[in-house]
Design a protein around this ligand. Structure first.
Ligand SMILES: *Cc1c(COP(=O)(O)O)cnc(C)c1O
Length: 369
């Protein structure tokens, strides 16, 4: 049986996701120890201790189904963002919310705008529904909101706008986001993915974006517990939007999409201001250190508002990737984002950052220091 002829033709446009290499795999393959992973923008300080304690508590209750459309968590997230609980949806990671938005709103032939380079999930979701992803090149690695507005046609149904963008780290300012929203027809959903918002330092960043939800009913904000909250392995994120949009997306959503452990850990992590502040501070210092050291090595880090750098190497990324791997450091290559002379490195602990710079000095800097 030729199963491929029976599968939906749309799925053959989907590029398989290329994940960061896991530490255990690299240690096994290369016979190394103390491998560090700076490839997936995880929190180098780990999860909040409060979340870990909540998980230990919750684990003996896993014979119960989790809450569906979790009321407590939605209320807490609503309070935190100054919206009402019916404006909140919780997902199995924000990845699930991207897919649910596509399943709810995209028809074959619809156009979906996204910046390039960017996170691969937007294109995946568009292809899954037979919609057409339309890439709009960034300007100096920043999503080019003006060109995105110009690229809207009658077929445009959705715009994905990650800010800060992954893999480039650059973010929009509030006035730019407002200009984009004002320039787009009200029937086009604008999905602003704020996965790295907690790291943004630009005082003009759209920090208070939930306020814009009352003015723009087509705005959807995506947030995650995978990055600064350190819960990537539990899979939990959330979305904020107009109640009518949330209601439609919940129709498509599985009743028990977010597991019970993730719900408890997320609630506890939200209360841990200390861990949040420490994570932010670690990132701020690491960013300062890495930017200076990368430049001193003659490399070209793109200015970032996130917890990673997109680094111009002036040479092919694959060799550098392999040489770093030999030295026990996993990073992400730019080729998967269409930028073969870049790597993306997550900002780590001070010790991890020093190891990265030391290794890069050996690989590209002719062994300086
Ligand atoms: C990491 C990341 C996410 C988070 O995805 P989860 O499914 O919540 O883990 C979302 N958007 C972007 C742009 C990211 O880089």
């Amino acid at each position: 049986m030729d199963w491929a002829t029976l599968a939906r033709p749309e799925i053959f446009r989907i590029q398989p996701y290329s994940p960061g290499k896991p530490i255990a795999e690299v240690e096994r393959e290369l016979g190394l120890r103390d491998v560090i992973k700076l490839a997936s923008n995880e929190n180098p300080l780990g999860p909040s201790p409060r979340a870990v304690a909540a998980l230990a508590q919750a684990i003996s209750s896993v014979h119960f189904y989790p809450e569906s459309r979790p009321p407590l968590l939605r209320r807490r997230l609503a309070e935190l963002n100054g919206v009402s609980p019916d404006q909140v949806i919780v997902g199995n990671g924000s990845d699930e919310l991207i897919k649910l938005l596509a399943e709810t709103f995209l028809r074959p032939g619809d156009e979906v705008l996204l910046p390039a380079p960017t996170f691969s999930e937007y294109e995946f979701a568009a292809h899954l529904m037979g919609a057409r992803p339309v890439s709009v090149p960034c300007r100096d690695f920043k999503p080019d909101w003006e060109r995105m507005v110009q690229a809207v046609t009658e077929r445009t149904r959705m715009i994905f706008l990650p800010s800060p963008n992954n893999p480039t780290g650059r973010a929009l300012r509030e006035e730019e986001l407002i200009s984009l929203l004002s320039g787009v027809p009200p029937a086009v959903l604008v999905v602003v993915d704020e996965a790295y918002r907690e790291y943004a330092e630009d005082p003009l960043y759209h920090r208070d974006s939930p306020r814009l939800l009352t003015r723009f009913a087509n705005l959807v904000l995506l947030r995650t517990f995978s990055k600064i909250y350190g819960l990537a392995g539990l899979r939990i994120g959330y979305g904020l939007a107009d109640p009518a949009v949330i209601d439609l997306v919940y129709r498509v959503c599985e009743p028990f999409n977010v597991n019970a452990l993730a719900q408890e850990a997320a609630l506890a992590a939200l209360d841990d201001e200390e861990h949040l502040a420490a994570s932010r501070e670690n990132n701020r210092r690491g960013k300062e250190y890495l930017e200076a050291e990368l430049k001193a090595l003659g490399l070209n880090p793109v200015p970032t508002e996130a917890n990673f750098f997109f680094v111009g190497l002036g040479r092919d990324c694959r060799e550098v990737f392999r040489a770093l791997l030999q030295r026990g450091i996993i990073v992400r290559t730019g080729d998967i984002f269409g930028e073969p002379e870049y790597i993306r490195v997550t900002i780590g602990t001070p010790e991890q950052n020093r190891r990265l710079i030391q290794a890069l000095a050996e690989v590209v800097g002719g062994g300086r220091r």
